[in-house]
Design a protein around this ligand. Structure first.
Ligand code: GKR
Ligand code: MG
Length: 429
């Protein structure tokens, strides 16, 4: 005869794990390494328990990452969904066995020396989703409790082509001139109510991007502004831009590459410098703090090993007097839910979080749970992440993955197919 303890075991014991790669359409957004391809690849993780519960996670879906996810997924049945340390142990063991524990690279912009955090992250989110479902509590409660019931996000502007080559113009049209970028911001602010605006830079020479920021500041005098050229500028240029835009920006994100470069810029400006490029793993915190290189760290649970390790990052930032914001890559609703719970439960995450959400037109979660109002998303209060998969949509986006021909994020290669002499712009200006 089974008692309550056995039933609780059953509810949380993992029986099966699936990893489903999907592809969703994406406009031709420009950045320092090239241009977004016609599709974004993501993987949806579903962790099933003996009792019929399903926990959800979402992550990148380049082939090397999928291979690692598959190796871990196969080893998870039998694990208790509350055993997050056990999950990490399985990831370390499986990566050691399948890949030698090598690092991971993302779209030519970021590289980490170990894949453990990026591989563990979607499973950790799925296990927290399961824990919430077992306990009938939202993930934010498992992370210590929501300190805000709505999470502010920022409008994320991109210079862009009018449409993918060979296709019709998309509904956003071209984004090159300051006027076009103000129009892009106007649409995002009107549709979503954002109160902060981030411009993805590193595309045009800095003078043009400064003109764009100044046009945005004139059009949106009450909005917090940021620019992120992903390390496209030299130290000297970064210092000049920081002086010119002091008082206009709330922070300057990754003007130049590396901890030493950022520290050299920081010595000449009071404008806070932010990063999601030179501090992307715990091993980078000590040298960054020692050099006083950055004043704001952009967390990202996909990179930092999940929600609990991101909360740990928040604590470290608080300890060393650094601000905390949140980075985004193109993502779907499972990730938006996870980002929202994390931000809600992280007291010192006081900046509006990044999101690529407005750029996408396809989804895998059922509508209704996550809506932007006044630039923010209400923290779901249902059990777990509070979102449910639309199985038909998941199937359709998986078919799209199978047919799209992309198997990794290749912004530079796609750009070179159109502009053969394109070179990524790292510290070019
Ligand atoms: O989507 O092109 C993009 C962004 O440039 C993204 O890849 C970056 O990782 O948004 C990111 C950032 O803040 O650096
Ligand atoms: Mg950035």
């Amino acid at each position: 005869m089974s008692g309550p303890a056995d039933l609780a075991d059953l509810a949380a014991r993992i029986s099966r794990v699936t990893v489903t790669p999907v592809a969703f359409r994406d406009p031709p957004l420009l950045n320092v390494v090239g241009v977004h391809q016609p599709f974004v690849l993501r993987a949806i993780v579903q962790v099933h328990t003996d009792s019929g519960l399903v926990g959800l996670g979402e992550t990148y879906a380049d082939q090397a990452h999928l291979d690692r996810l598959g190796a871990v997924a196969a080893a998870l049945p039998g694990l208790d969904a509350f055993d997050l340390n056990g999950l990490r142990r399985v990831v370390v063991e499986r990566l050691g066995a399948s890949t030698g524990g090598a690092g991971a690279s993302f779209g030519g912009m970021l590289e980490v020396s170990s894949a453990v955090d990026t591989v563990a992250a979607p499973f950790e989110v799925a296990l927290l989703d399961l824990q919430g479902k077992v306990l009938d509590r939202p993930v934010s409660a498992l992370l210590g409790g929501a300190v805000r019931d709505r999470v502010p996000f920022s409008a994320y502007l991109f210079y862009k082509w009018a449409g993918h080559p060979g296709h019709d113009e998309d509904s956003w049209g071209e984004g090159s001139t300051p006027e076009q970028m103000v129009a892009q911001a106007r649409r995002m602010v009107d549709d979503y109510g954002f109160t902060a605006i981030k411009l993805k830079g590193g595309v045009f020479e800095p003078g043009h991007e400064i003109d764009t920021i100044e046009a945005l500041a004139a059009a949106f005098p009450d909005h917090a502004l940021r620019i992120d050229p992903n390390g496209a500028w030299t130290v000297e240029t970064s210092i000049k831009v920081a002086h010119r835009l002091a008082g206009v920006l709330e922070y300057l994100e990754d003007p130049t590459p590396g901890i030493d470069g950022m520290a050299a810029v920081a010595r000449h400006t009071d404008l806070p410098l932010a990063t999601n490029m030179c501090v992307i793993a715990f091993e980078h915190l000590k040298p960054a703090v020692a050099a006083d290189a950055v004043q704001v760290v952009l967390s990202d649970h996909h990179l930092w090993g999940g929600l609990r390790r991101s909360a740990l990052l928040g604590g470290i930032c608080e300890t060393f007097g650094m601000g905390l914001s949140m980075h985004s890559n193109s993502h779907l609703g499972v990730s938006l839910a996870a980002m929202t719970h994390l931000a809600a439960a992280t007291p010192n995450l006081t900046y509006a979080c990044d999101t690529h959400y407005p750029w996408k037109s396809e989804e895998v979660v059922k509508p209704g749970a996550l809506e932007f109002r006044d630039g923010s998303v209400a923290v779901p209060t249902g059990p777990g992440l509070g979102v449910e998969l639309d199985e038909d949509a998941l199937g359709a986006l998986h078919e799209q993955y199978l047919g799209c021909g992309q198997r990794g994020r290749e912004d530079t290669a796609y750009m070179r197919g159109i502009v053969p002499d394109f070179t990524p712009n790292t510290a070019r200006w």
